[in-house]
Write a protein that binds this ligand. Structure first.
Ligand SMILES: Nc1ncnc2c1ncn2[C@@H]1O[C@H](COP(=O)(O)OP(=O)(O)OP(=O)(O)O)[C@@H](O)[C@H]1O
Length: 573
């Protein structure tokens, strides 16, 4: 790939060189026509026609090659950025949860879309202009020196002045441009926040406050953009025009003065004036694109910084061939901390025998989800071990763990596609019959069959048209269809209508059958039949046993159960 890009870039550079030579040759041809035909009133029409046609042909060929060159440049740029975007996306999929904890999703999206776009802009507009500018500058000066050394030397003075203007422009414009960009992204963030939080905004009558905030950012964006526009207006157009005017005045003055002692041809004056004008075109273009360039440098550094982040998913022994057969899970003295300072789990030990359900209960923040996070290998742990069938979980290949472990989270994530797609999840080995069987098993078929298209019913907007309960049933079906040995469940807390609730309860009982299950239970009534209930408090197991044993202990579990029973009794009334 890299070789291909290099080749493509090399070809583009050659084309740019040809275009530059074309651009520099045409004024020389015109000079010849002016000096040899027009100025001397030549009657040699055949030669005149030949030279004029040659000039015209050079124009045409240069324009054509220019078109091809631009196209090649853009193609190369798009290819490079396309590859970069894919590399970034692939890298993101390997990043671990620690990475996603610390990097806001908005900035990840921005890296992948805006920043890669900024790099495309740089290649397309900046690089191509810069390359052709350098070629043009060198070409013009070399030709000028051939034509008239003294004048070429005088014209060299224009260079430092141009560089000074570029420097001035770069200094101020960058700051203004950066401010404008920042305000724009602030505005985007505010907008995204307002859209997703609209129900809360309206309910708490926050419209006015948000409107004021938005208006403030909008105003700041306007000011920053306008300041930049004013600077552009001054330096990009008039200043460069003035400099070019000075250049032309120098040429005219020099030739006017020289013509007193030597004969100066019209063609020579024309070539110099034309070159001076050509000289400032690329300078103006470079200035116009400087902001893009700086943006791209920042964008690239942000992208690479993100790719260099080494918070990857915990490593597994990918060459391992051992399989999960019985599905016994054992936590052995596991302690864990997210930040390396405060332990959220301390000395967690328990065994879930094949086919058993171990329920995790406890107040919010007690560490239930953290246990599941470790079990699912979302986070790496160093102290203690988790054993599956007696072997450390770290020694299994990722594919084996994923195949034998099923996860049902509170928030069932549905994708754009059909219901069948959502159960199959692109695993082509799963047949339609298996999908139906899984849906029937968890009794999701009842609501699926109410749709005219049944399993081909479209899921839009992450399943917004489905109820929480229906989404849960679909995620049960999705999990069960792969027939995992070990199940990890995070029971939904959202309230569900009684009829679906009943289905979910039955579904839960059914999918747990014959599988080792680690379940977070928010409603204690759902895990009364669990072989073992672990009560967590501040990251420690403070009570353990069956429902009846724990009730008899009259500890935390007992009071939680009492409280919930009362709550349910009240809602039932
Ligand atoms: N990604 C994270 N980074 C840092 N700290 C975290 C992270 N996730 C959880 N914690 C902290 O770890 C502790 C245990 O949280 P955990 O989510 O495991 O509790 P939980 O019992 O599942 O609570 P809930 O029932 O509310 O989901 C809490 O103090 C929480 O603030």
């Amino acid at each position: 790939m890299l070789a291909l890009i290099k080749k493509s870039l090399a070809l583009t550079l050659i084309l740019t060189l040809i275009v530059t030579i074309g651009n520099l040759t045409t004024p020389l041809l015109i000079k010849y026509i002016l000096d040899h035909f027009i100025q001397v009133k030549s009657t040699d029409t055949a030669a005149f026609t030949l030279w004029t046609s040659l000039t015209f042909a050079t124009f045409v060929v240069t324009s054509l090659i220019w078109y091809v060159e631009q196209l090649r440049f853009q193609q190369t740029a798009f290819t490079i950025v396309k590859d970069l975007r894919l590399a970034l996306f692939t890298d993101l999929q390997r990043k671990g949860m620690r990475f996603y904890d610390k990097v806001p999703s908005g900035s990840i999206v921005s890296r992948l879309t805006n920043d890669t776009e900024a790099i495309t802009d740089m290649f397309v507009s900046v690089l191509s202009t810069a390359v052709s500018a350098v070629f043009t500058l060198i070409g013009i000066y070399i030709t000028m020196f051939f034509l008239n050394v003294k004048l070429a030397l005088i014209c060299l003075v224009l260079l430092p002045i141009s560089i000074w203007i570029i420097y001035l422009y770069q200094r101020y414009s960058t700051a203004f441009y950066q401010q404008a960009r920042e305000k724009l992204s602030e505005m985007n963030a505010k907008l995204a926040e307002s859209i997703s939080g609209m129900p809360i905004i309206q309910q708490f009558s926050q419209e006015k406050r948000l409107q004021d905030e938005f208006s403030e950012t909008n105003e700041a964006y306007f000011t920053a953009s306008f300041r930049n526009t004013k600077l552009n207006g001054l330096l990009l157009g008039p200043a460069i025009q003035l400099l070019s005017g000075i250049g032309i005045a120098i040429v005219l003055f020099y030739f006017g003065w020289a013509s007193l002692s030597t004969s100066i041809t019209v063609g020579l004056v024309f070539v110099f004036i034309n070159y001076i004008q050509q000289l400032f075109n690329p300078i103006q273009q470079i200035m116009e694109r400087l902001a893009f360039f700086q943006q791209a440098v920042v964008a690239a550094s942000r992208i690479f910084k993100m790719m260099d982040d080494t918070e990857y998913v915990p490593a597994q022994v990918e060459t391992a061939t051992q399989q999960i057969k019985a599905g016994q899970v054992e936590f052995k003295n596991v302690s864990f901390s997210y930040d390396g300072q405060q332990d959220v789990l301390s000395n967690i030990s328990f065994i879930a025998r094949p086919g058993e359900t171990v329920a995790l209960v406890g107040h919010t923040g007690s560490g239930k989800s953290s246990i599941i996070n470790l079990m699912m290998r979302f986070y790496e742990f160093e102290r203690g071990d988790i054993l599956i069938d007696g072997e450390s979980i770290k020694t299994y290949a990722t594919a084996e763990l994923r195949a034998k472990m099923g996860l049902v989270l509170q928030d069932s994530f549905l994708y754009y596609g059909t219901i069948a797609d959502n159960i199959r999840l692109k695993n082509e080995a799963i047949t339609d019959a298996q999908i139906r069987a899984a849906a029937e098993f968890v009794q999701a078929d009842r609501f699926i069959e109410t749709f005219a298209n049944g399993y081909d019913h479209r899921v839009v907007e992450r399943g917004a048209a489905f109820s929480q309960g229906q989404k849960q049933l679909l995620s049960f079906a999705r999990t069960i269809v792969t027939n995992p040995k070990i199940l990890v469940l995070d029971e939904a807390t959202a309230s569900i209508d009684t009829e679906t609730e009943q289905l979910i309860q039955e579904g839960l009982v059914r999918i747990r059958q014959g599988r080792t299950t680690l379940a977070i239970a928010h409603r204690l009534s759902t895990i009364r039949d669990a072989e073992q209930i672990l009560v967590l408090d501040h990251g420690q197991i403070v009570e353990r046993g069956t429902h009846d044993e724990l009730i008899a202990q009259r500890g935390i579990y007992f009071s939680m159960y009492e409280l919930q029973s009362k709550g349910e009794a009240i809602t039932d009334r």
